[in-house]
Design a binder for this molecule. Structure first.
Ligand code: AMP
Length: 220
């Protein structure tokens, strides 16, 4: 059984790596960002609040995310492990996460930090495109990840879109928030002895190999 947490700055390849882990280990991917993006489509007070907050690059209120996580982790498919990403994003969320795990009798598992410098991140952010239909991720600033036909998905032919928060201003906001809020979380898990760091500037496959080594190393 594997519980995995990914910590990474925005656009470090966290989503891609999470999907690769899901495929290899058959565990559910719990992305708070994705859950919130779904909620942001709802025409309700909550939907409007979430949309506004995400577009500005700020964090959604803790009470909302706690409820989402607690509900999600209690679903049947999480019994044999899960990969959580985008949570916790501040030390309060980390402490609350420890509490939730204890309550539902789950170990913390592997905490993996994907490390990438801000210049590389900025290039990735402005080039990121996502398929509307199958959610495949491309990058027009990287010839190895660009779609073969501009604006269309290589896999299903769906239309590619740019996330509303994938712009320089929102990135700078999100990166600043990441630096301020995430440093204490990294220290928290370092102190617990569960944090391992991987070099996120490597190719997608190399990063994944490092992650697999960490997961398999912890199973020995
Ligand atoms: P992500 O897809 O992880 O980059 O998240 C996109 C946006 O969703 C963030 O900029 C926040 O507005 C919101 N969000 C995601 N995870 C959290 C969280 N743990 N707590 C609060 N807001 C979050």
């Amino acid at each position: 059984m594997k519980n995995i947490m990914l910590i990474a700055p925005p656009a470090a390849g966290k989503g891609t790596q999470a999907e690769m882990v899901v495929k290899k280990y058959g565990i559910p991917h719990i992305s708070v960002g994705d859950i919130l993006r779904e909620i942001s489509k709802e025409d309700s007070e909550l939907g409007n609040y979430v949309l506004e907050t995400m577009t500005s690059g700020k964090l959604v209120k803790d009470e909302i995310t706690y409820q989402l996580i607690e509900n999600r982790l209690q679903q049947e498919d999480c019994k044999n492990g899960f990969i959580i990403d985008g949570f916790p994003r501040n030390i309060e969320q980390a402490l609350k996460y420890d509490e939730i795990l204890q309550k539902i009798n789950q170990p913390i598992g592997n905490v993996i930090l994907i490390d990438v410098d801000p210049k590389t991140l900025e290039k990735r952010i402005t080039g990121r495109r996502i398929c509307e239909d199958c959610h495949a991720i491309f990058n027009i600033n990287d010839k190895n990840q660009a779609p073969q036909v501009e604006s269309f998905c290589d896999y299903c032919g769906g239309h590619l879109y740019q996330r509303s928060d994938d712009n320089i201003e929102a990135f700078q906001n999100r990166y600043q928030t990441y630096l301020e809020k995430t440093a204490p979380i990294i220290k928290h898990y370092e102190d617990m002895g569960v944090l391992v760091s991987v070099d996120g500037t490597q190719s997608m496959e190399e990063v994944f190999q490092d992650i697999v080594h960490i997961i398999q190393g912890s199973e020995k």
